[in-house]
Design a protein around this ligand. Structure first.
Ligand code: PLP
Length: 402
């Protein structure tokens, strides 16, 4: 079995969440149907909504189930933009951090291309943190024209936690709603939606041990959000579509477990991550660890490096052949590896950004997983560096002929 060090991409379904899914899926029923099976599915769904709300510090009526994080982010960003712009057409600006996931970035760029939005990209510091000062500076230019602010809770590549309370405070002074993509943060660090003052918050099931295909947008009761998809009017018309009781049950189960275990699990992962980071830097002194140095300011389970002189994809393929599954941290576009926008925003050069590799830990990670990586990382680095900045193809050929 390969060693899986890519939990930030997706983490295995936990046995408990799988049991909750199977039980509900076997029962079936459409939660909107009026007969007994429908009402049983409805009870399971509302029970899941209550549990998920409790895990997020939200009211059940604020939880809107979606198909995942991407849909939650699209509903938030487009829905807030349309509602605010309809209420006052001067509101065309979106303040967006430059380290957002594509689920937010591309939604914002779509609004720019099709709906007359103007995007102000908020800079970040070399650790990948967007400051509240950057938000204040943009707000000061003309707060009347700002439709919304969107800053993720924690970054998916380098794990940097963003100063959400200060950002919300700055925006709230002008009555501007803030969306936060908490897909990577939820279940790994404490989240309290009510205390955050956010208008909307996006989460995803498959990052915390539920199956792929379920997520949620938490929408504050007084936040106006225009729906993206139209149909049966489910979930107060905010998100039409037949409700997935089994997915919701699995998500709620995984969420309750992750949040309940957080006090022990976060330090366990942080210790494993230290072991990993120290070991990689000992084996490859040239490597550079990315993100905040202060453990309080980053996610416990992500260790992101740049390896000078290496193509991240080469390292990934070499590690894969040695039985270790990792990630470059950023998605490639149509199969073409591009340097990560997050690393470029942090001030890395394209060459530095090309050598990126993310190792991410999760509920099933063990010290043996980390040690398996440490046993091969030096060799993988040497081989990847030999392959140098050669293209994809030749790298794979070189690697598989060894
Ligand atoms: N936002 C962040 C920060 C993510 O890491 C991801 C997934 O990688 C997403 C959004 C998208 O979530 P999903 O895969 O559930 O659509």
């Amino acid at each position: 079995m390969p060693v899986y060090l890519d939990h930030a991409a997706t983490t295995p379904v936990t046995p408990h969440a799988l049991a909750a899914y199977s039980e509900q899926a076997a029962l079936g029923g459409n939660p909107s149907s009026l007969h007994a099976s429908g009402q049983r599915a409805r009870r399971a769904l509302e029970d899941a909504r209550e549990k998920l709300a409790a895990a997020l510090g939200a009211h059940p009526s604020e939880v809107v189930f979606t198909s995942g994080g991407t849909e939650a982010d699209n509903l938030a960003v487009k829905g807030l933009f349309w509602a605010r712009h309809d209420a006052d057409p001067r509101r065309t600006r979106i303040l967006c951090s430059s380290v957002e996931h594509h689920a937010v970035m591309d939604a914002v760029e779509w609004l720019e291309r099709h709906e007359g939005a103007e995007v102000a990209w908020l800079p970040c510091d070399p650790d990948g943190v967007t400051s509240a000062d950057a938000v204040r500076a943009e707000l000061a230019r003309d707060p009347e024209t700002v439709a919304l602010v969107t800053v993720m809770w924690a970054n998916n590549e380098v794990g940097a936690i963003q100063p959400i309370p200060e950002i919300v405070e700055a925006a709230t002074q002008h009555g501007i709603p803030v969306h936060s993509d908490a897909v990577q943060a939820f279940g790994h660090i404490p989240i309290d939606f009510a205390a955050s003052g956010l208008a909307t918050l996006g989460v995803s099931g498959h990052k915390i041990g539920a199956p792929v295909g379920v997520g949620a947008l938490v929408v504050r009761r007084d936040a106006a959000v225009t729906p993206v998809q139209h149909g049966g009017g489910q979930q107060r018309g905010l998100r039409s579509g037949t409700l997935d009781a089994a997915g919701a049950a699995a998500f709620a189960t995984a969420a309750m477990d992750a949040v309940g275990r957080l006090p022990e699990e976060a330090p366990r992962l942080a210790a494993l991550r230290e072991r990993l980071a120290d070991g990689v830097l000992a084996a490859v002194p040239e490597a550079r660890l990315s993100g905040p140095a202060d453990a309080e300011c980053r996610l416990p389970g992500i260790a992101h490096f740049t390896f000078p002189g290496c193509e991240g994809d080469s390292l990934l393929f070499l590690l894969d052949m040695m039985g270790i599954e990792s990630s470059t941290g950023s998605a490639c576009t149509a199969g073409v590896p591009r340097p990560s926008h997050v690393l470029l925003a942090m001030g890395l050069t394209e060459d530095q950004a090309r050598g990126a590799q993310r190792f991410s830990l999760g509920w099933s990670s063990t010290a043996d997983d980390v040690d398996a990586l440490l046993a091969v990382i030096g060799r993988a680095f040497q081989q990847a560096r030999l392959a140098g900045m050669a293209g994809h193809e030749s790298t794979i050929r070189t690697a598989s002929s060894r």
